[in-house]
Design a protein around this ligand. Sequence first.
Ligand SMILES: [Zn+2]
Length: 252
Amino acid sequence: MDNKTEYVPKRAMSIQAHPDDQDFTVAGTLAKWAKAGCDIVSVLITSGDSGSNSIEHDVDYKPRLAQLREDEQLAANKVLGIKQTVFLRYPDGELVATLGLRKDLTRLIRQHKPDVVITGDPSGWFYGNEYINHPDHRAAAEAATYAVFPSAGTRLIFPELLSAGYEPHNVKRLYIHGNEKPDTWVDIRETIDIKIEALKKHVSQGDTHDVDQWMRDWARESGKEKGIEFSESYRVMILQRENEKEAGQDAR
Ligand SMILES: [Zn+2]
């Protein structure tokens, strides 16, 4: 595959529920885009403050865990070449796709003006027969999707944002990971090692020794259909067409 034909946005925003979500799922793509000069903002809706089941950790550990996990995400983002990280600090495990959350994400999109927003799949309830998708993931994805459309680009939705100076912005593409029928494959051969290195920064989430094999297996499985050794796959909503020649296409 000719890498020169792949689409690379100038600005992108990753919107995820928890620290480490991004690094399990879309980090190979983000690292690739960052290497190509894309400015990326990484948005964490919660700081993962419920991410411990240790009997030694009680409620008063939550603020410390949040701090620890924010530091881990900052370290991971540094590995990926992401310069801006935003923590919204909603409570972990209690996320709902409220209008308040949609408004927060709309504000960030209008402020940073990404060409692409990359997030999860709001319709993903079950994966295989062993994993019920975490409700925070679905809530984050739903709020992000509706912040992209219609809220960010519609002038009079959330009028207080307009009054505060946040002019509407149209996102060109929405990249959705975790969709069972992907239509776009990003070749991550050159960044899979960076993805694994980023994932290993999330030390608080346990043993990271098996991550190498696990991530390679996932990426291999994802690329199999298209003959790509390692890939991350997406359903992509193209909301605004650019000059296709100039913009390039991913494997579709
Ligand atoms: Zn998560």
